[in-house]
Design a protein around this ligand. Structure first.
Ligand code: FE2
Ligand code: FE2
Length: 186
């Protein structure tokens, strides 16, 4: 499927704010991919897919996961938003016939990270945090680090996420902690 078609598909499914965010991720990931010598094309596709299920109400996320046979963990039940990457992969496969594993893993792991992430997945994860519509104080520093040292940038992004999750009392996906361990053991 061509990028333009995918853009139209996404625009019809999400809010204007989410659409702009996705376009921002697409722009940033293309630049980071070129910089780090990774194929940009699947990541640009992933950008247009990754949050397609992000705005579904919690009950709808859980219902879809049940319907599609997506495994539901205890943490997903507690915080169904953790399912939105996996649901996006399934949506892309079922509705658009997209099953490129490079697209799938970037989309799958963008939600909480995973210890098995590839360089390509990490660039995607970072782009989700630093795209132009994000205006947190740490964006500039993270952006610079994403260009210089991807693993250090990942650690920085994860620590920002964990701090936020802890401060707001939200559940932490165990994959995030496993990824943090992998990054600090290096
Ligand atoms: Fe997301
Ligand atoms: Fe996103």
């Amino acid at each position: 499927m061509a990028q333009q078609e995918l853009k139209d598909w996404l625009k019809a499914r999400v809010s204007p704010r989410r659409f702009l965010h996705s376009m921002g991720v697409r722009e940033v990931v293309a630049e980071l991919a070129r910089l780090h010598g990774v194929d940009a094309e699947p990541l640009m596709k992933a950008a247009l897919l990754h949050d397609c299920a992000r705005e579904l109400p919690d009950e709808e996320m859980l219902a879809r996961a049940v319907e599609w046979g997506v495994p539901i963990r205890d943490v997903d039940r507690e915080s169904p938003v953790l399912l939105h990457g996996r649901l996006a992969v399934e949506t892309a496969r079922r509705e658009l016939g997209i099953d490129d594993p490079r697209v799938a893993s970037a989309v799958l792991y963008h939600t909480a990270g995973h210890p098995d992430m590839s360089l390509s997945d990490k660039l995607f994860f970072l782009s989700d945090h630093i795209e132009p519509t994000r205006d947190f104080t740490w964006v500039g520093e993270l952006k610079a680090m994403a260009r210089e040292d991807v693993n250090r940038a990942m650690l920085m992004a994860i620590d920002i996420n964990l701090k936020h999750l802890r401060a707001t009392g939200k559940v932490i996906d165990p994959h995030t902690l496993e990824l943090r361990d992998v990054l600090t053991d290096r």
